[in-house]
Structure formats: C-alpha cells, structure tokens
Design a protein around this ligand. Structure first.
Ligand code: 26Q
Length: 835
C-alpha cells in the first residue's frame, strides 16, 4: 500500500490549528464575509436573491468550524477512545446555518456584521435549501442524534449517502400531489468537504471463488466484480458551545477508472465512458417510501454501498493506528444500525475480516456480535425488510455465502436451545423458504447484534411480545428500550426564539443543555404576567405561520382561532382520514346551525405520500376537496378552516410547531413506533390529542392525564376487536357519524369529480380495515370537544400549554443519547485536555 511509504504531516502537528484562534466578533465575521464574497466567490454586488450572500456567510462560519473540527479529530485519533459509527440510509438534516451559528455562539455577531451592510440574517437563513436526505421520523431522528452526540462530546460519526436528489418536493395541483425533483446540490452545498483521499472501492456482481492460500488454508475470494468508487463528503456537526465538531460522512458513488475493456477495444470509447453512469446511479436518489415497497435492486445496491464503504473506512482507520491486530477491535468500536436498512453490514463486516484481513470465522463472528447494535423503528409486519435470495446471488454472491453460513450456525444454536422444535427453526431462520426464498434482514440484524432496541416503551414491549418474541425468548438480555427524543437546540432555541427568550428570562438558559430544567416552569403556570407573555409569544408564532400559509396557498388564516395541527408522512395507520372525518363533522354541525362550535378552529394537515402509495395520494386529494368546500362556504363564516400544507419538510416544521395549539397524534394504537413530531409540539407548548400509541403514552405520563386529550382503543382492545370488527355498526349507531358519511357520499365535496371519495369510504367500511378508523370516530370527536372547551377557557389552556413544555424534558435527544451511551455504547466523552 502506498500509505506505508507516504510521509504524513498533519496540519495539527505543525501547530497551525492547535487552538481555535479566529475571533468570534462582528468585525471578524464582516471581514471574512467580505473576503469570501469578493475574493473567493468573485462577486461585487450583493443581490439578496442570489445564493452568494448565503454562501459567503457559510464560509465565514465554516472557518470557525474547521479549527474545532481538526482539533476534535486529532483528540479522538490520539487518545484512541472507543467510538461509535451510526449507520443510516437517511439523515434528514434540514438547514444547517442557523444551527451552526447557534452552537458556535455567533448568532449576534453574525447578525450585527450583516446589519452593517444593511442585511437581515433571517433572509440569509431563508436562502438555504433543506438537506432533505430522509423520508421522515427515522431520518430526522438520526440528525437530532448527531446534534446531541456532539453536544455531549461523544465520539460518534454518522455514515450516510450523499443522494443527488433528496426527498421530492410536493406540489398540489387540483388537490392532487405532484412530485418534483429536489436538486438540492444545484447551487453547491458549501458545508461539505470532499475527502477524495479516503475513497474506497465497493464491489458488485461477479462470483464467489474458493482457493488455497500459501499456508494451505482454504480461502474465499470475490472475483470478476463490477467495482464502484465510494467518495466521502464530510459535513461538520458542531456541539453546543463546547468546541466539539463531529462528522457526518456521506458517500457518493463514482465510476472507477477502469472502463469496460471490451467496449473500449471495440472502438466505442464514448460508450465505454458513458456506461460508467450505472455506477453513479447508486447515489442518485433517495427512495421516498416511508414504509414497505421492498425489493428494488437499486435500493439493495445503496444499502450495500453504504455498509461496505463505511466499514472499510472504519477498518482503514483502525489499521492506520493498530496495524492488522484486531484483538482489541470490539473493545474500541460499535456500529449502530438505524433500522434494517444498513443491516447487511453484519455480513459485510464478516467478509472484510475473513477475506481481506484473514481472521477465522470464530474471531470475526466474535467481533461482529460484540460491535453491532440494531434499532427497530416499526411494528408493521409488512414493513419488515426482505430481499430475494436470487437477487443476492446475482448482486452479492459472496455476501450470500456468508449469510448462509451465519444461518447454518444459528440453526444449530436454536436446536441446542429447543431440541426438536422444527417450527421454531422455520420461524426464526434468516431465510424464509417458499417459491421465492427471501432473506429476513431484521433477523440477520438481531442474530448479528449484541443489542436490539425499540424507540418507545410501548413499542419495545410489543417487539418483545410480538414481532421478535422467539428472539426475545432466546436472548432476553439483548432487548432494550430507548425512547426517542428531539434536539431542543433546533426545536425550541432556534425555531422559537420568542418562547426561548421568555423561558430563559425566568429560569435561565440551562435548559439548552439540560432540558429537565424546564420543570421549573411549573412555578409560573399560574403567574398572570408570565401567562400573558406566553400567550403573546404563541400569537406571534401563529401570525408567522398564517403568513407562511397565505404565501403557500393563497388562503388567509385567522390567527385568533385554535390551531389544530397534524403534520407527518401520509399513511393509513396515521389516520389523516380520521382527522378529515372530524373536519366534516364540524362542518356539518355548522351547516345544521347546531351552534356547537365554541372555539373557531383552523385544522392544518400536511405531509407527503410515497409516490407509489395510491391510497395515501387519494387521502391527500380527499382532504383538499373537503378543504375547498369548507373554506369557500359562506355558512362557515370564520368558524372553521381546513388547510392542506403543501411540501411539508423540516424547515416547514420549524414554523409550524411553535404555532400549534393542539397536536394531533391519532394513529391506531400499536402502529406508530414512537413519533417524534409529538415531542416537538409538546416542547413548544402544544397540547396533544392522541391515542395510547408510541411515545404518546410517555408524553401523557409525563404531563399528567389532565393535560392530554386521550381517545381511542388501546392495543389490547384493537387486538380483541380484530376478526369481528363491524365498521358499519359504528356508523349506523351514531347519527353524527352517519351524517358525515352521507355528506361525503352525496357528492357535496366532489361535484364534478365522481368517485373521488369511493376508495376512502370503502376502506373505512371494510371489516378488514386494519386501522379501525370507524371504531375511534366517536371518542375522537368527544376528545376534540373537550379540547375545544378547554381552549375556550384561556387561563386553563395557557396553564396546560405551559405544563406541556415544562414536562417535555425527557424528550430531549440529550437524554436519549445518554441512555444509548450508558446501556449500549459505553463511550467516554472526548476530552478537551489535548487542546
Ligand atoms: C423501505 C423500503 C424501500 C425503501 C425505503 C424504505 C423505508 C424508508 C424509510 C422504510 C422506512 C423508512 C422510515 C421509517 C420511519 O421513519 N419510521 C419512523 O421512525 C421514527 C423514529 O424512530 C418513529 O418515531 C416513527 O414512529 C416511525 O414511523
């Protein structure tokens, strides 16, 4: 290897970046901004709409990050501390500038520098495109984890994919979702550093060959492969005011230099070069399915590409420091798998250790089984990932060998545990036999890991008792819970500066790194002046959202109404339909002149449907149709509005969650693993209306039942009802419900669009409806009525709102990361002593 003879002199070693030295003042920021704008970007005139103003600000901030980044890297290398690699196909980062300035502590300095030029920092923030490299909860969770790990000084590196196109943009056209590509890299991504020196090769195709080595040992090789180059791009992840900067390393696929010789020799030079496109396709686009739709070959390529490049990168780093001695590898490394998406890493680590580094099977397995840890994010059995064995044979033949071997040895283990229990062997086998044998990725992840966790207490219990029961019986000690969280730096400090200041005024700013301090707000829940200020912040945030809504939809919203919000991916189990039924119900009350509406309400629903999920797209169309009628019917006056929020994403949530009064978390019990939007709303003083599902259970426990609007069947009741569920009886026995269904059937909401509501109505009436929407209708309506009455009592509502924020301390990812660290990772914080 070239590295052996190469001379390396780290810049850190020549004292250039020994300690951060750039001033954090407005003067210095202005000077650096001017330098980048004029000399690097080569511009003279500041046009607020061009990207260059934003880019120059990023470069000025990035210099401050660079110093701290180099230092953090150096300390972790020199101290040889145990580290974690967080492997995830998704990192839903959103915008980075506001967060970076906040964490560096240079918001005011930067704002002042720009003011001197007559510019507004808020406008600069707005020029940044979201890095939308994820679908929803799972991807955003990974991003919150990185922020908290850096803040806790934990040596955690994120590994992901640098998709050329992130989550699609959603346009609403005549009520229908239309997808548009997200070319987020078009104007460049000024945060990333390409690290071509760490490029790795990832292999596909070919065949697995057996040979005898010089010592007469039988060995395996993977030959005749088609190779793809993995090039890392690093993104800095600053901790909150602690001078730590961790790394998110995103891999981009590129063709290797060797082209197809046959084509080349046949004289097709251009074709030979062009065919290299296939390699680059691997990281072209994020798959937009929040659940299911398994089996796409390109998706498997993405998964293996991430796993292989990341593990090779970690092994390279190890070998640089320790040579080919792996005896302490497991002591010093841990890989956290974000769902089964990167679970192929279990087999890939085996392959690398055995084939490339000559370890025995047992040595390699001991390392794998004590370094891999798996987090599950779903209870939907249909969402459990499986891949056809045949696809593996074609794409990853050597990996298939290894999975078969893992399985053979695992089956021996099962038979030792339960002699003669063949049913159990069949149930637990990594291979699901049948006409098309499939590899069960979750089982591979469980067998290959020392820890398996769910993401909320209820979810983790249901995993142990249901989906993974056999495995929990075999290895009870592997299974654990880690309740999700969100970072309060982005989801309170940065996105709700009004509330953040008010809180800090009363209890100090300790909550930014210890969210449990919010408990102290309880004292002020009856303080009239504080309550008044609390309400005025909420109103300001509602005005801001109203403004944003009008800009996006043209609809004027009354900020004096109850803001009832449900934003998340569109999925049947999340029951946006139930929300729509309630809107129709209120509309019906108004039309009948029942005068039942005590608090005028604005219902806001937002979210994207997977492009291939027909029912989800249908639901969007139905909501939009209902919205149009409600919003234009003069009889409604200003008692009710229904708005579909288009193109919901991370930045949208930063405006939405500070403005919500009521947070709708209404999934069918037992279906939502955790939810994390629920936590963002709670932190910002919204009260939840929700089922006993996911983390709602813990939210209610924390805030007290009197400050939470509970409705719906429990997991047990749902299970009991299944099999003899008769949705029609709920409709027939409830005149209000009957009227809602009749109005939807009447064509009132689809005058010239026959059939638009057919599928949705049929789904609700289906005895096999897994989501049991009809069963929960009445209790949802009742809970909504209770919420409305509470809202109308201004003092009572303010108190509930304050108590929700006060009780949200547990839902910080700082707590989540401490839990991971205490039970699974066991990392020492990065020391500052080396500075
Ligand atoms: C599957 C097949 C092919 C392509 C993509 C996918 C795919 C992609 C993303 C499957 C699932 C996801 C994302 C799942 C997800 O976001 N789950 C959510 O995770 C949150 C964090 O733990 C939980 O709070 C939510 O309850 C859970 O739904």
């Amino acid at each position: 290897m070239a590295a052996e003879t190469e001379k390396t002199v780290g810049i850190g070693d020549i004292e250039l970046l020994q300690t951060p030295s750039l001033p954090m003042t407005a003067d210095a920021m202005l000077e650096d901004f001017t330098h980048y704008f004029g000399r690097m970007l080569g511009r003279q005139t500041i046009r607020t709409k061009s990207p260059f103003l934003y880019q120059a600000v990023v470069y000025a901030a990035r210099d401050r990050l660079m110093e701290r980044w180099a230092q953090t890297r150096k300390v972790t290398q020199v101290e040889d501390t145990r580290r974690v690699a967080y492997l995830s196909l998704e990192f839903l980062m959103g915008r980075l500038l506001r967060n970076a300035l906040l964490n560096l502590g240079i918001v005011d300095a930067t704002a002042e520098a720009l003011e001197r030029l007559g510019l507004d920092l808020e406008d600069v923030y707005d020029r940044e495109q979201d890095a939308g490299l994820g679908n929803g909860g799972l991807g955003r969770l990974a991003a919150c984890f990185l922020d908290s790990c850096a803040t806790l000084s934990l040596p955690v590196i994120g590994y992901g994919i640098r998709y050329h196109y992130g989550m699609f943009h959603q346009r609403i056209d005549n009520g229908y979702q239309v997808e548009e590509p997200d070319s987020w890299l078009r104007e460049g991504f000024p945060w990333e550093i390409e690290r071509i020196e760490y490029a790795r090769t990832v292999r596909f195709g070919g065949r697995s060959a057996v040979y005898t080595d010089a010592n007469g040992k039988t060995r395996h090789a993977w030959v005749d492969t088609q190779d793809v180059l993995a090039i890392p791009f690093d993104v800095p992840i600053p901790g909150y005011r602690n001078d730590i900067v961790n790394t998110l390393r995103l891999w981009s696929a590129s063709a290797t230099d060797e082209f197809d010789l046959e084509e080349f020799n046949a004289g097709s030079y251009a074709e030979a070069v062009a065919s290299q496109n296939a390699a680059e396709n691997i990281t072209m686009v994020l798959y937009p399915n929040a659940t299911t739709e398994n089996g796409q070959e390109l998706r498997l390529r993405q998964q293996y590409f991430l796993a292989s490049a990341s593990l090779q990168d970690q092994l390279r780093n190890w070998i640089e420091r320790h040579g080919e001695n792996f005896s302490r590898y497991a002591e010093k490394n841990c890989f956290q798998l974000n769902d089964t998406h990167p679970a192929i890493a279990v087999a890939e680590l085996m392959r690398l250790l055995i084939d490339d580094h000559q370890l025995s099977w047992d040595e390699a397995w001991a390392i794998t089984r004590s370094t891999m840890a798996y987090t599950n994010h779903t209870l939907l059995p249909e969402a459990l990932e499986m891949w056809p064995v045949e696809m593996f044979r074609r794409l990853l033949p050597r990996i298939l060998d290894i999975i078969y071997e893992i399985n053979a040895r695992f089956i021996v283990e099962i038979s030792q545990h339960w002699p003669g229990d063949n049913d159990r062997i069949q149930r637990m086998s990594l291979i699901r036999e049948g006409s098309e044998p499939m590899i069960r990725m979750a089982y591979l992840a469980i067998v290959g890991s020392f820890s398996v966790n769910g993401v909320a207490k209820l979810h983790s219990r249901l995993l142990r008792e249901g989906l993974f029961r056999d495995f929990a019986e075999m290895w009870p000690e592997k299974f654990n819970n880690k309740t999700n969280g969100v970072t309060q730096r982005r989801w309170l400090a940065a996105c709700n500066s009004g509330l953040a200041s008010l809180i800090t005024e009363r209890i100090g700013d300790g909550w930014t790194t210890d969210l449990s301090k919010l408990e102290r707000l309880r004292e002020f829940a009856d303080d009239a002046a504080f309550c008044k200020a609390w309400r005025s912040v909420k109103l300001e945030n509602k005005l801001r959202l109203a403004h944003d809504l009008e800009a996006r939809t043209g609809i004027k919203v009354n900020a004096g109404t109850l803001f009832d919000v449900q934003v998340k991916r569109i999925h049947e189990y999340k029951r946006q339909l139930l929300n729509m039924l309630h809107a129709v119900h209120l509309y019906e009350l108004i039309r009948l002149g029942d005068g039942d509406i005590v608090a005028p309400r604005t219902i806001i629903i937002g979210g994207k449907a997977a492009p291939g999920y027909v029912m989800a797209k249908n639901i969007i169309k139905c909501i939009n149709n209902v919205a149009r009628v409600i919003n234009t019917d003069p009889a409604v006056e200003d008692k009710l509005q229904l708005i579909f929020y288009p193109d919901y994403n991370v930045s949208a949530m930063e405006i939405i969650c500070p403005a919500a009064d009521l947070s709708a978390q209404i999934s069918t019990a037992g279906k939502e693993a955790s939810g994390t939007g629920n936590m963002k709303f709670m932190m910002n003083g919204a009260v939840t209306i929700g089922t006993l599902d996911g983390a709602n259970v813990e939210i209610r426990e924390a805030v007290g039942e009197e400050n939470f609007f509970l409705f719906g069947l429990t997991v047990e009741e749902i299970a009991e009802l299944r099999g003899n569920y008769n949705p029609q009886s709920y409709i027939d026995d409830d005149p209000g419900f009957s009227r809602v269904i009749a109005l939807l059937e009447s064509g009132h909401f689809n005058r010239f669009e026959p059939g638009v509501f057919d599928a949705v109505l049929q789904a609700i009436r289906e005895p096999a409806d897994a989501w049991m929407t009809a069963a929960d209708f009445r209790s949802f309506v009742d809970a909504q009525e209770a919420a409305e009455i509470a809202y109308n009592d201004v003092e009572r509502w303010t108190r509930m709102s304050i108590l929700n924020t006060a009780a949200s301390g547990r839902f910080s990812t700082d707590r989540t990361m401490r839990d991971y660290n205490e039970d699974i990772w066991r990392l020492e914080p990065i020391t500052q002593s080396q500075k």
